[in-house]
Design a protein around this ligand. Structure first.
Ligand code: NAP
Length: 293
C-alpha cells in the first residue's frame, strides 16, 4: 500500500484516483472545487485542505489538472505542493503541459530534494475508468521504477522515454494526430450524410476500416448519436494544439494540418462549443454544410 496525494479531480483525475483507492492505497485528495471530491471520498479517499497538505501526507503526489497555469497554481505558493515536499518524495504530473512549464516545476521539486516525473497519458475517460491508459513517462529513472506499480494500476501501456521532458513532446505529437483525425472524420461523415447515408452506419464502417483506429471506435457513439458531452473538451484540445505548435516552431517543423484543425476547434469554441467533446467538429461542419439530422 502506498501513501498517495492526488490533486485534480476532473474528468480524468476522478476515475484515475478511484482506481488507486480501489487497489488498496491510502489516497489524500485535493481539488479546487471541493464538491467534486465527494465521489472519491465515498470510495475511501481522505480530503486534504491544500495541495501542500496532500503532499505533506504522501510519498507519491500526483497532479492531473487542466493546463500549465493550473499546474503552477497547485504547485507554487504558500499552499502549493512544493511547500509540503521533503527529500525522497516523488511528484508525478500526468496533465498535458508545455516543456517550459514542466521544467519550472522540475526545478522547484528538485530544489526541495524530491523527484519529478512527467507522465502525461494517452486515452480518454473510458480508459481512465478501466485503468488501461497509455502512460508516457520521463524523468528520474529510479523514481520511475518506484512509481511503476502505481502506473500499472492506472495504465495498460507503459513507456519510459528518458530522463527529462521527452514525455511532454511525445504527448503533443500524439495529440496532434488525435485532433486531426477528428477533423478528417468530420469531413468523411458529413460528406456521406449529405449524400443520404445513415450516420450510424457511416461511423461503424469508418471504425472498422483501414482508416479506423481505437479513436474512431471511441467516437462512434458521440458522432453517431450527436451527444457531444465532453470526454475531452474542445478547449483542452486547443490548448494542446497551441503547445504542439510551439514545439513545431522550436524545431522548425511545419504542422499544417494541425494548424487547420486548431482553427476549426477555435471556430467551434467561438460558437459556444468549447466545453463539448472535440468530436463536435462533425456538428460544426454539418451546420456549415446546411445539414440537419
Ligand atoms: P477537466 O475535466 O477539465 O479537469 C480539470 C481539472 O483541473 C479540474 O480538477 C480543475 O479543478 C483543475 N483546475 C483547472 N484550473 C485550475 C486552477 N487554476 N487551479 C487549480 N485547479 C485547476 O480536465 P481533464 O479532462 O480531467 O484533463 C486533465 C488533464 O489531462 C489535461 O491536461 C488534459 O489535457 C489531459 N488529458 C485529458 C484527456 C481526456 O480525455 N479528458 C486525455 C488525456 C489527457 P475544478 O474541478 O475546480 O474545475
Amino acid at each position: 500500500m502506498a501513501n498517495i496525494g492526488w490533486i485534480g479531480l476532473g474528468n480524468m483525475g476522478t476515475p484515475m484516483s478511484t482506481n488507486l483507492i480501489k487497489a488498496g492505497n491510502a489516497v489524500a485528495v485535493w481539488n479546487r472545487t471541493k464538491a467534486k471530491a465527494d465521489a472519491v471520498i465515498s470510495e475511501g479517499a481522505a480530503w486534504a485542505d491544500t495541495p501542500r497538505a496532500a503532499a505533506a501526507a504522501s510519498d507519491f503526489i500526483f497532479t492531473m489538472v487542466a493546463d500549465g497555469a493550473s499546474l503552477h497554481a497547485v504547485t507554487f505558493g504558500a499552499d502549493g505542493l512544493i511547500a509540503g515536499l521533503a527529500p525522497g518524495k516523488i511528484v508525478i504530473d500526468m496533465s498535458t503541459v508545455s516543456v517550459e512549464e514542466s521544467a519550472q516545476v522540475n526545478e522547484a521539486v528538485e530544489a526541495a530534494g524530491a523527484k519529478f516525473l512527467r507522465a502525461p497519458v494517452t486515452g480518454s475517460t473510458m480508459l481512465a475508468q478501466s485503468g488501461t491508459l497509455g502512460i508516457l513517462a520521463s524523468g528520474d529513472k529510479a523514481a520511475y521504477d518506484k512509481t511503476f506499480p502505481l502506473f500499472e494500476i492506472l495504465g495498460g501501456n507503459q513507456f519510459y522515454l528518458g530522463g527529462g521532458d521527452e514525455a511532454r513532446v511525445m504527448k503533443l505529437s500524439l495529440n496532434l494526430m488525435i485532433a486531426t483525425t477528428m477533423q478528417m472524420e468530420a469531413e468523411a461523415v458529413v460528406l456521406a450524410e449529405k449524400a443520404g447515408l445513415d450516420v450510424a452506419q457511416v461511423v461503424e464502417i469508418i471504425a472498422g476500416s483501414a482508416a479506423g483506429s481505437p479513436l474512431t471506435g471511441y467516437k462512434k457513439v458521440p458522432i453517431g448519436t450527436g451527444n457531444y458531452a465532453a470526454a475531452f473538451s474542445v478547449k483542452l484540445m486547443i490548448k494542446d494544439l497551441k503547445l504542439a505548435g510551439a514545439v513545431g516552431q522550436q524545431y522548425g517543423v511545419k504542422l499544417e494540418s494541425t494548424n487547420l484543425t486548431r482553427a476549426r476547434l477555435e471556430l467551434a469554441d467561438s460558437k459556444g462549443y468549447g466545453d463539448l467533446d472535440f468530436s463536435v467538429l462533425t456538428k460544426l461542419l454539418e451546420e456549415e454544410s446546411g445539414y440537419t439530422r
